[in-house]
Ligand binder design. Structure first.
Ligand code: NI
Length: 255
């Protein structure tokens, strides 16, 4: 029983075979999937899809790369969507300094990030955070604006020190395909030593397919490869790693 805590099923790469993708996930034991929003449009689509499928849940959010799509209207709409039980988080939100080099636009990302943290707090929802090449500012914002919030730094790519600060703040780290790559650097060591109740697994499909699928389109069925790597690092069986990380997902998203 696996829980894919982060993927993008509304991506056009799934347009032709989404039902088969969901069937394969189920066949591989992926019984729960949280589908992220990254724009207002994809957030609406994620909710519609979740309403049509058991075990499928949605998050609503505006991704840093589309920060200018956020505003009062969207905030009002998200507040209304949150009444639906299939909405389990505000996400994917955060900062992306890899793609955004302009300082003005980085400031806009920060503003939109803080506004969505406030929204999540009002709605009593956890947050799913994207932090690419922005560890310093992400932590600073969480330290200042994260009170009363719970959430996850998805696709964790920070240092061991960053991971410890994330855990100290009560946030989880989410790991996916890159954990399985040969050039994974320090991530396997961080996961090996992590408090086991603070780690979530995810695919981030269609991106970042785990080894041995690296380079292909990713899909939730491939979550098993991430679980297998976590099991290896923790020296437990894949069933145990699945149970621990599914309980962590329960703790954050389903209680
Ligand atoms: Ni994502």
């Amino acid at each position: 029983m696996l829980t894919d805590t982060h993927c993008h099923l509304n991506d056009e790469k799934f347009a032709d075979d989404l039902e088969e993708v969901l069937a394969r996930a189920k066949a591989q034991g992926v019984t729960r999937i949280i589908n992220m929003g990254d724009t207002p449009k994809s957030s609406r689509a994620a909710l519609l899809l979740a309403e049509e499928h058991d075990g499928l849940f949605a998050a609503m959010g505006v991704h840093p790369e589309t920060a200018d799509e956020y505003g009062d209207e969207v905030e009002k709409e998200f507040s209304e969507l949150a009444a639906n039980k299939k909405i389990v988080a505000v996400g994917e939100i955060g900062l992306d300094y890899y793609w955004e080099k302009d300082s003005e636009r980085r400031l806009l990302q920060q503003k939109v990030f803080v506004r969505q943290l406030d929204l999540a707090r009002q709605l009593h929802l956890p947050v799913c955070i994207h932090d690419r090449d922005a560890h310093g500012d992400t932590l600073k914002i969480l330290q200042k604006e994260g009170r009363g919030l719970r959430g996850v730094l998805h696709c964790f790519s920070g240092s061991e020190e960053t991971a410890h600060e994330v855990w100290r703040l009560g946030f989880f780290i989410g790991v996916d395909g890159p954990l399985t790559y040969k050039n994974a650097a320090k991530l396997p060591e961080i996961v090996a030593k992590a408090p086991r109740d603070m780690v979530l697994i995810e695919t981030d499909a269609p991106y970042l397919a785990p080894a041995p699928m690296r380079g292909k389109r990713n899909e939730p069925a491939f979550l098993r490869h991430v679980a297998k790597k976590v099991a290896e690092l923790w020296r437990v069986t894949i069933e145990e790693a699945a149970a621990i990380t599914a309980a962590n997902a329960d703790n954050l998203y389903f209680v």
